[in-house]
Write a protein that binds this ligand. Sequence first.
Ligand code: COA
Length: 161
Amino acid sequence: MRIAIYPGTFDPITNGHLDIIERAIQLFDKVIVTVAVNSSKTPMFTGEERVELIQSILKQKRFKNVSVERFNGLLVSFAKKKNAVAIIRGLRAISDFEYEFQMALMNRKQSNAIATVFLMPHEKYTYLNSSIVREIARLDGNFKDFVHPIVFRALKKKLSL
Ligand code: COA
């Protein structure tokens, strides 16, 4: 059983993240989407809300080998606890590289047994991140193409648009 974790803040999950999940499940027997609740960011959605949104989408998409969990603390410790062999990260552009490279090497220093696997989302998602989606939503712009309808509705509700 080859397990991978896919960590992130997912505030909220976007179509770019979903694209990475779809690629990851082709490669691993099980993927655990790992929602960081202790991130340095100040999220719009609570940890619970972010998990629920992802769960509802995965259920609707009928993915069988994906689960969602919250996590707090050191990523590598969580990966070990889950018997994961890999950490999945999405690489969208060269600008992601330096930070991801540092994180991958630091995680490897913590545990040599866990590899970081980089996957590239479809090029139509290269300019996407969660904060830009939140900003467009807050300013009442068009963000329908960037998120699943479940997230679209949740953002509208959160912002009472
Ligand atoms: N599609 C769309 N957006 C994407 C994306 C994709 N495929 N891949 C990344 N992004 C976006 C994310 O939405 C996020 O956007 P935001 O900044 O607007 O929230 C951004 O790109 C990536 O942010 P980043 O800070 O790199 O990652 P993250 O917030 O998703 O997750 C953790 C970072 C949680 C993995 C990391 O902080 C961590 O491991 N923390 C645990 C503590 C630890 O172990 N630290 C030591 C690490 S060496």
